[in-house]
Design a protein around this ligand. Structure first.
Ligand code: PLP
Length: 390
């Protein structure tokens, strides 16, 4: 069957095999402990759900402006102003279908055939694919485990050519949990200014940072970055709202306008009710976020300690997000396998534990464990792994 050429450029997800096996096992009634999903296991907080009910009762059921519900964009502008002293107007903010939707719109608005976009690895799966869909070429910037997987601007500078259009940064990172320190972000900003590049900065996990560290962001860097910065976030992770599909970006007006034009021919906008709920998430009480961070903090300790005590896993504490990303090359010899996809398969078949192999993120040799599941399940999963590989 003839499909569009662009489909041939997309990689099938390396996560599919393990997920398919996990789903088959679950369907058969097998109790699989699932460290796979990149989403909070918490329910959306009550005040946010109540705002959605109100929106339905008040008949918020018509089309909205393409850029999004004005009340939500005003709430976002106020939130950025309060936190960082910025002066973004509602015309410089676009709401879309999740962080993924706005990242896609940004890629389509900014990249053309022949362009190059620097993407640090390990990367979130959709960055290289979105770049390719836009016709451009992802150029991988390697990072190292020893350096906390922090992308370095000096290494990025060596990859810049006259075709480079942008750098996509993610902090805290999915999949590594790595956080880019403010000084390094400042260096990336200096590089963007020098080499005339955009920075797409994905801070979807901005509220989940451990050990009392402050979130580092280009909004705290040289203010001249404003013309080159597309900052992306979402309510998905922060407020346990993955299914509501609300993400947003702030950026220069012409870029936001272009993203809006694209969206006007695509989704039009994300659900009005979801946007009303997201406005409450941004403006309303924030205790639920603090409670989730406390819970993730305990789970992170259990995860890192547990994996660290099993021979073959080398696991450093993630600085943010809710993923542990241990090196598993130490297991290859013992299990008689090679590649982290084979390790993930072994863990699934022998320990009934689902994970995501690093190949999915451009990082063979590693396995991602999401710890967005209850502490007892984490402990049980670790015990099963210990028995299966011990
Ligand atoms: C780094 C990163 N960015 C963006 C997203 C997209 O989130 P959503 O589209 O659900 O808001 C995710 C989701 O897993 C993510 O991990």
């Amino acid at each position: 069957m003839k499909l569009a050429d662009r489909i041939a450029t997309l990689s099938p997800s390396a996560t599919i095999e393990v997920k398919a096996v996990a789903d088959r096992l679950k369907a058969k009634g097998v109790d699989v402990i699932d460290f796979g999903p990149g989403e909070p296991d918490f329910d959306t907080p009550e005040n946010i759900k109540a705002a959605a009910h109100r929106a339905i009762d008040e008949n918020l059921s018509h089309y909205l402006p393409t850029l999004g519900l004005p009340k939500l964009r005003r709430a976002l502008a106020a939130s950025y102003r309060a936190r960082y002293g910025t002066d973004y107007s509602v015309d410089e903010i676009i709401v879309g279908c999740g962080g993924k939707g706005v990242l896609y719109a940004a890629a389509m608005a900014l990249f053309s055939a022949g362009d190059e976009v620097i993407v640090p690895a390990p990367y979130w799966v959709s960055y290289p694919e979105q770049v390719r869909i836009a016709g451009a070429r992802p150029v991988i910037l390697n990072t190292s485990d020893e350096d906390g997987f922090v992308p370095r601007a000096s290494h990025a500078a060596a990859l810049v050519t006259d075709r480079t259009r942008a750098i996509i940064l993610c902090s805290p990172s999915n999949p590594t949990g790595g956080v880019i320190p403010q000084e390094e972000i400042d260096r990336f900003v200096a590089l963007a200014l020098r080499a005339d590049l955009y920075i797409i900065f994905d801070e979807c996990y901005e509220k989940f940072i451990y050990d009392g560290r402050r979130h580092a962001t280009p909004l705290l860097s040289d203010g001249r970055v404003r013309d080159r910065l597309i900052l992306v976030s979402a309510v998905s992770k922060t407020y346990a709202m993955t299914g509501w599909r609300v993400g947003y970006a702030v950026g220069p007006k012409p870029v936001v306008e272009a993203m809006g034009t694209l969206q006007s021919h695509d989704a039009t906008h994300t659900s009005a009710v979801s946007q009303a709920a997201a406005a409450e998430a941004i403006e309303g009480p924030q205790e639920s976020v603090a409670a989730m961070l406390r819970e993730y903090t305990s789970r992170r300790a259990a995860m890192v300690e547990g994996l660290g005590s099993i021979r073959g896993f080398a696991c450093k504490p993630p600085a943010g997000a809710f993923y542990a990303f241990p090196r598993v090359t130490g297991l290859y010899g013992r299990l008689g396998v090679s590649g982290s996809a084979a390790v993930a398969k072994h863990l699934l078949e022998e320990a009934r534990v689902a994970t995501v192999p690093g190949e999915a993120f451009g990082a063979p040799g590693y396995v991602r464990f999401s710890y967005a599941l209850a502490l007892e399940r984490i402990r049980e999963g670790l015990e099963r792994i210990r028995r299966a590989v011990g």
